[in-house]
Design a protein around this ligand. Structure first.
Ligand SMILES: [Mn+2]
Length: 475
């Protein structure tokens, strides 16, 4: 946890933005998996983490805006708990340590809400707890299911949380640097341990092991795959062969819950072949130039378009695209090979504040475009100092897009589909860093992770022994 003063300051800022009432937020609830006592991992709601530091799930918070009183709600004391889990601080003690004014069993939430009725309206947000809408309905408040709050529904609390959380304080930036440092260790180890005959699963285990050994966990399930063209390929069934390109998209989550999110793509052989290098250099050029544009006052949409233009130019030079670069991008033909957005907010969530949909990522009055080349863009705001974003251009040869009859018809003027077809099987390349917007130069939080061709070729396979027992672990 941070110093309780930090949380108190954050709550005071929320109170200044909302006139009166109480803020009531529901913590994440662990879900049973295959049997009732085998539960999904615990991860607190980022809004509660931000305002209180309370990590305990199956909990709730109540903040009274007129006087700043904070009440925390958690599991009732269970005398058996110590037998199974050892002596732990009681919820009461945890609440005190966090600077709360009182702690109650979660079952008393509704009673306490009634107690504070005189304070004014109840402000809440959707929660990952599936029972939250019913719980709020029982106190007369309508709230949508998680991830389903309409963009146009007024919510001063949502707007306040977005305003505060999208601009990171020094303590948050320090956390992101710590997550980045551990992520860098994981990438360097995985690169050094890469060898043909190795296995995707071994490298994934090595990466996750490094997070765990730092007391951390992944900020999302790591992608470690030779099928880079499958954008979110979470399976690891493949053995590595010399000619493969390996795409790794992963990040650690710091102890206070801040995410890193990094992608690198490297050749298993340790040297890029001609084709791999050609595509790699296009993506790298796009990434470096886009990072340089992460500056206060820049529209993030323009960075996305800039990535599209560099990729379009590169693929045109290779004879895969044809025509004027402006026309290619205006018509979204580049999106056959770069079908996602150039990045997103990063912070307490790996896609920060996306539990509120596009409300955080899109400036008021802006809507996601339905255009093929823009529809997957998660962020469309003017950048301000303190924002943290990813920059992650990529080029992929996706059979489902290249062979799609509708696209073949629509883009025949701009795409040499015969040539594109010969690239099927190549996979995909993405390069991603986390970048802090400052008053001056972009601050690349994840800069320690190799990405220049020479640096990557230097480190691949340098230390296969780093796998240790993992090298022999597969049956
Ligand atoms: Mn990302």
């Amino acid at each position: 946890m941070f110093n309780p003063t930090i949380y108190r300051t954050r709550r005071a800022r929320v109170a200044r933005r909302l006139e009166n009432g109480i803020v009531v937020l529901g913590g994440h609830r662990r879900q049973p998996l295959n049997l009732p006592m085998n539960l999904s991992p615990a991860r607190q709601s980022s809004h509660i983490l931000y305002l209180t530091g309370l990590e305990e799930t199956d909990s709730a918070m109540l903040l009274r805006l007129d006087n700043g009183r904070l009440e925390l709600f958690g599991p009732a004391e269970d005398p058996e708990d110590e037998i199974w889990h050892g002596p732990r601080p009681t919820f009461q003690e945890t609440a005190e340590r966090l600077g709360a004014d009182a702690a109650y069993p979660l079952s008393e939430l509704e009673t306490r809400i009634e107690h504070h009725r005189d304070a004014g309206p109840l402000h809440t947000l959707p929660s990952a707890d599936p029972g939250w809408p019913a719980r709020m309905a029982s106190v007369g408040v309508t709230i949508h299911s998680f991830g389903e709050m309409p963009r146009n529904q007024p919510s001063p609390l949502a707007d306040a949380m977005i305003a505060l959380r999208s601009i990171h304080g020094q303590e948050e930036i320090d956390e992101m640097r710590t997550a980045a440092a551990v992520t860098a260790r994981a990438f360097r180890a995985a690169m050094a341990a890469t060898r043909s005959g190795g296995h995707e699963a071994q490298l994934r285990a090595l990466i996750e092991g490094i997070y765990r050994s730092a007391g951390m966990r992944p900020s999302f399930d790591p992608i470690v795959t030779i099928r880079g063209e499958v954008l979110h390929c979470e399976a690891n069934p493949n053995r590595l062969e010399a000619g493969d390109l390996l795409l790794v998209d992963t990040g650690a989550e710091s102890l206070e819950g801040y995410a890193a999110d990094v992608t690198r793509t490297w050749p298993v052989r340790g040297r890029f072949d001609m084709h791999q290098r050609a595509i790699y250099e296009i993506v790298l050029e796009a990434e470096i130039q886009c990072i340089d544009r992460v500056r206060a006052g820049t529209e993030y949409l323009d960075i996305h378009i800039h990535a599209a233009r560099i990729i379009a130019q590169g693929l045109k030079d290779m004879g895969i695209l044809r025509g004027m670069v402006d026309d290619i991008v205006d018509n979204d033909a580049h999106a056959l090979f770069f079908p996602h957005g150039v990045g997103h907010f990063v912070g307490l969530d790996v896609h920060d504040i996306e539990d509120l949909g596009d409300r955080a990522g899109y400036a008021p009055g802006r809507r996601r475009s339905s255009r093929f080349g823009l529809a997957a863009l998660r962020l469309n705001r003017k950048l301000e100092p303190g924002m943290a974003v990813t920059i992650e251009p990529g080029v992929y040869f996706i059979p489902g897009l290249i062979r799609n009859a509708t696209f073949r018809e629509r883009y025949r003027e701009w795409v040499d589909f015969d040539r594109a077809e010969t690239w099927i099987g190549f996979g995909g390349i993405r390069i991603e860093d986390d970048v802090l917007v400052t008053a001056g130069e972009p601050d690349v939080l994840t800069r320690a992770i190799p990405k220049r061709v020479e640096d990557i070729e230097d480190i691949i396979g340098e230390a296969p022994e780093a796998l240790g027992a993992l090298a022999d672990a597969r049956p």
